[in-house]
Design a binder for this molecule. Structure first.
Ligand SMILES: [Zn+2]
Length: 264
């Protein structure tokens, strides 16, 4: 059986995130911030804690509670051992990490993530995801993510986290654990038109084909997922048909090439 789970993007602006599942194997399509619900809590100078942002987002229901995708350092703060039972909840999330999921199941919860385009409501949450999860997008989207990293605080190319350092009397709270900033590089792959990607590689549960479409950001792609049991799912991301002629041609070509009568 093939199943689809929508974690956002329904009756709201943003938070796009879909998981396709078959044969106990999963594929994620986009994982972005939800503009409307996030605006209810954070605005101007109000923002989540720097070292515990994922935990804040999860507690407020602003990020999907999906097991096995977020890095262990984002789930549990390195200073958790210093917290007493009353304040422990501030430093850990009640969710299984990427590492713990693999230890229990010998396989990752999701095999890969495909990004349709570089808007924050489709990509922002990758910053919390374990860097070992392969991310696929168009070459232009990859370049845009690199540029966003150069020009803003969003670092989509790396998984940034805090490591446990020495206890120090010179820290802000004397005797507490020092937190070292660390980074791991993400697996950012590209997908090109007419070059399908097989996920997981060698097992072929999913075949993903990318189609350039027109949207307000260059490099946007729609995806056609064909599953091993023969289901077809079309995921458009955002697309438009009202751009300049040379732009909207991409969206029209997509409709002509993608085939008719998909299952979804
Ligand atoms: Zn968009």
């Amino acid at each position: 059986m093939t199943s689809l789970t929508f974690y956002g993007g329904i009756s709201t602006i943003g938070g796009n995130c879909v998981i396709v599942e078959e044969s106990n194997t999963r594929l994620m399509l986009d994982n972005g911030m939800c503009f409307s619900s996030e605006g209810d809590y954070y605005k101007d100078f109000l923002s989540p804690r720097t070292n515990n942002d994922l935990q804040d987002y999860l507690k407020l229901g602003l990020i999907p509670e999906i097991p096995g995708i977020y890095g262990k350092e984002k789930i549990n703060d390195v200073c958790l051992e210093d917290a007493d039972s009353k304040s422990e909840y501030l430093f850990k999330a009640d969710l299984i990490s990427y590492e713990d999921y693999i230890e229990d199941n010998s396989t990752p919860y999701i095999s890969a993530l495909f990004l349709t385009h570089a808007h924050l409501d489709h990509v922002r949450n990758i910053m919390f995801m374990a860097p070992e999860i392969p991310i696929y997008c168009s070459e232009i989207t990859k370049r845009l993510l690199e540029i966003i990293c150069d020009l803003s605080d969003y670092d989509f190319l790396n998984y940034s986290y805090r490591e446990k350092g020495e206890r120090s009397d010179r820290s802000f709270f004397p005797g507490s654990i020092f937190k070292k900033k660390s980074k791991k590089k993400r697996l950012l792959e590209t997908i090109a038109p007419n070059k399908p990607v097989e996920i997981p590689e060698g097992k072929g549960i999913f075949k993903i084909e990318g189609y350039p479409v027109d949207h307000s950001v260059p490099g946007s792609m729609a995806f056609k997922v064909t599953t091993k049991i023969g289901k077809t799912i079309i995921y458009t991301g955002d697309l438009r048909f009202h751009g300049h002629d040379h732009e909207k041609k991409n969206s029209e070509d997509f409709l002509n090439k993608v085939g008719s009568n998909p299952d979804i």
